[in-house]
Design a protein around this ligand. Sequence first.
Ligand code: NAP
Length: 319
Amino acid sequence: MNAPVRHRLLQLGPLPPDLQRRAAEQYVLEPLWTQPAPADFLAAQHGAFDGAIMMSRHGCQAPVIACLGAAPRPGVVACFGVGYDGIDLAAARRHGVQVSTTPDVLTDCVADTALGLMLACARQLVAADRHVQSGAWLQGPFPLATRVSGKRVGIVGLGRIGQAIARRAQGFDMPVRYHARSARPGVAYPFVARLGELADWADFLVLACPGGPQTRHLVSAAVLEALGPDGYLINIARGSVVDEDALVAAIRAGRIAGAGLDVYADEPRVPAGLLGNDRVVTLPHVAASTRETRRAMEQLVLDNLAAFFATGKVLTPPC
Ligand code: NAP
């Protein structure tokens, strides 16, 4: 009996160790990012791959997609992560290449992190911890912080994660309103068409929309001005959504109360103006990084690949 065909996958960057191991058991993986001349490699291997495997942060541009599209059966891009802002979806459509992401399985952990950042910022949990750890408590009490329960939450992007944040906020008796490109049918939270108006209303402006050109610098100096000196910005979406220069200026001048950030425009580099300031809580893009969620994301990447090779269709395309 013939051995089953092992499909060839382009690997666009380093993968989590378990996913790397499991994918390598099932597929022939060819690393692209370690090639001395990736463009020449793609040209020489045009049409020779059945798919690509990647993480959101690796990005997948038109040359990779053209290479996959040139195969006898246009291939698949299986992405670990729900953010597809780095994937050229228009090129994928043009070349008949399918794309999958890992929605839903990470929603709870990302929403949990948003609430964690709200509490960390307003209640000054990180600075309060340092107060104890450094022995400063022996010299005097920690300053008063800001209440979270009952405050107003404005969510930008009421998709899977935005709705999970809204449900959690309701547990804290927080009124919720949201902004998106259009009102979501069947949703009870009030829709606010103008982002500036939502920022003006909110105590916490929480970003849960996609990154990419359409949302670049959606949170501008004017939006931060509207959020105001008692308002907090929480970003678990993408760094590109915020004008970081404007954010640094707003924090420095006290035009907003503080910020809780998981994502940045140029990771892992974080603007100096966001460091060393108790009013800013910075996480290293870990909103989905729990063992349980990572495992579920890995499984979904493999399930998408298996479904594509068995049926010609991925299970969870981006939109
Ligand atoms: P989703 O279900 O697709 O929801 C995205 C929401 O954003 C939609 O409701 C959409 O509503 C809204 N939106 C799209 N374009 C917009 C715009 N220009 N202005 C305002 N709202 C806009 O996606 P999800 O699963 O909730 O994930 C949301 C994002 O979270 C991802 O794209 C990713 O970037 C980020 N994320 C971050 C982490 C992390 O580790 N920090 C982990 C997972 C996801 P309309 O279509 O009506 O505008």
